[in-house]
Design a protein around this ligand. Structure first.
Ligand code: CA
Length: 224
């Protein structure tokens, strides 16, 4: 499991790194928000341990930006007494928070728990975001810029699958297997038909989200 520690207090960063490494995690550490965002673009991490007070930008802002494209587990590190920060952290999509001074035994348990939750039945996150579309997986509900969008169960599953596999082109066969099942015996153009219906609904909702056709291959939703 890969953890990215974002903490500008060097001694604490070192301590967190040592403790997590000791518990079997692979750890990278950076001291600034921008470096964190760059590192997250270069490499895949399972969990982000994010200090609220960073020299270049707030940890809350880092979390908000991360959440635009990623469902990584995020734990905020907050100074004792910064209760509003805790609440704000959860508002911008953090999964949990730890209060400084960090209890090292609690640290590894929290990291494991966040990663486990992210890899559970709702792996990829409870909420999927792309452009102006939000998919609330536990409620089977979709909003475009805050307005509900109604989809059939198959359209919903297709959109969920494309959002979970953002930037990863999905072939028609793969979509057939994943959404209609291996034993589906109907027309294979059912995928294209369902994509068209979904596109029309997105268009009618004035959504900026596009389902791109990759000729001869299939479909993809891009995160940027
Ligand atoms: Ca700090």
């Amino acid at each position: 499991m890969q953890v990215l520690v974002v903490e500008d207090e060097q001694s604490l960063a070192r301590l967190l790194e040592l403790e997590l490494t000791h518990c079997g995690f692979a750890v990278d550490a950076v001291a600034e928000g921008r470096s964190a965002l760059n590192r997250l673009r270069e490499k895949r991490f399972d969990c982000l341990l994010l200090d609220v007070m960073l020299p270049d930008m707030s940890g809350l802002e880092v979390c908000r930006r991360v959440r635009q494209t990623s469902d990584i587990g995020v734990i905020m590190l907050t100074a004792r007494g910064q209760v509003p920060d805790k609440v704000a952290g959860l508002d911008v999509g953090a999964d949990d928070y730890l209060v400084k001074p960090v209890n090292m035994e609690e640290l590894a348990a929290r990291v494991r728990s966040v990663v486990r939750r992210r890899n559970g039945p709702l792996a990829g996150g409870r909420t999927l975001l792309a452009r102006d579309v939000t998919l609330f997986r536990d409620q089977h509900r979709i909003e475009v810029a805050g307005q509900a969008m109604l989809l059939s169960p198959l359209e919903y599953q297709l959109l969920e699958h494309l959002l979970l596999n953002r930037d990863w082109v999905q072939s028609r066969n793969r979509l057939l297997e994943q959404i209609w099942g291996f034993d589906y015996a109907g027309e294979t153009n059912i995928v294209d038909v369902t994509v068209s219906r979904l596109r029309r609904k997105l268009h009618d909702s004035n959504s900026q989200l596009a389902i791109e056709t990759v000729r001869g291959v299939g479909y993809v939703v891009r995160s940027t």
